[in-house]
Write a protein that binds this ligand. Structure first.
Ligand SMILES: C[S@@+](CC[C@H](N)C(=O)[O-])C[C@H]1O[C@@H](n2cnc3c(N)ncnc32)[C@H](O)[C@@H]1O
Length: 264
């Protein structure tokens, strides 16, 4: 049963992105205005942390984007002069990525079995990927990342906070009940973390020097759904204080995005 659920989660993680690849591409087209949606706002907050780490790397550093989706990040990193590779199991997502990147930049494959030699990359990141895989697969993925990272190399990952103020865990619980009671199938698996649990998992996998960050403290997803103009106003008010607020350790568990930076 456990194995069936694990395979179901793995397959759905790819299928749902075959179905939503065009939506992701459209969202990224709008990210120049990072107040346009809760997606754009959240990515801006993640990017602040991601680029803070990436821009410390020397030109030509080898970077791997796991679950690279439409290739949005790879396109930017190439322009900074990094040697980038993406791995992406969804064919539809890959097509988007391949249309904007040099041939061979993106390969088909999974974080569970990375098609690269040991000690290959200086920096590896996975944005909104591990949330679709169960606990065992998260651990397996962390071990694969450690294997292909160079000694001293960094892993940057984003995760879903169980106690996020946007109440996404409640929405997922309602969807699970709908499946049980009305047979409405779940579209994908959702793995939640707390900062403490995630830190333990990363240590258990073999990472060290782990830093945790929170990003996006307010329930903007709900506010944008109620009213887009209201969402924009709230996001604009929040932005100047969000990075500090979300990252206070007592508040970190309530931020929408939980970010981990860990060293091999
Ligand atoms: C929410 S999307 C995020 C895409 C991209 N990282 C971004 O931030 O735009 C999650 C991505 O993870 C990919 N994915 C699903 N299962 C995966 C696996 N086992 N290994 C690597 N990537 C996976 C999906 O196909 C999808 O492109």
């Amino acid at each position: 049963m456990k194995e069936k659920n694990q395979n179901w989660a793995r397959n759905k993680a790819i299928l749902i992105h075959d179905e939503t690849a065009d939506w992701f591409a459209t969202q990224y087209d709008k990210t120049h205005d990072h107040f346009s949606s809760s997606f754009s706002y959240g990515r801006k907050q993640i990017n602040n942390y991601l680029f803070k780490e990436v821009l410390k790397l020397p030109k030509g550093a080898k970077i791997l984007d796991i679950g690279c989706g439409t290739g949005h990040y790879l396109e930017q990193l190439i322009n900074y002069g990094f040697d980038v590779t993406g791995i992406e199991p969804s064919e539809k997502m890959r097509k988007h990525a391949e249309s904007k990147l040099p041939k061979g930049t993106v390969v088909n494959g999974s974080v569970l079995n990375l098609p690269f030699k040991d000690n290959s990359f200086d920096f590896i990141f996975a944005i909104e990927v591990f949330r679709y895989l169960n606990n065992e697969d998260n651990l397996c993925g962390f071990k694969e990342i450690l294997r292909v990272l160079k000694p001293g190399g960094l892993f940057f990952g984003t995760f879903l906070n169980f106690y996020a103020l946007d109440g996404f865990n409640i929405l997922v619980a309602i969807r699970q009940l709908k499946e049980r009671w009305f047979g409405k199938p779940l579209r994908c698996y959702t793995e939640f973390e707390t900062p403490q649990r995630l830190e333990k998992k990363l240590i258990c996998a073999g990472f060290s020097k782990i830093q945790m960050h929170g990003a996006t403290i307010a329930p903007l997803m709900i506010i944008y759904r109620i009213s887009r103009p209201l969402g924009k106003i709230c996001a604009k008010i929040l932005e100047p204080i969000d990075p500090q607020l979300s990252d206070i350790s007592a508040f970190r568990s309530f931020a929408v995005h939980l970010i981990a930076v860990a060293q091999k």
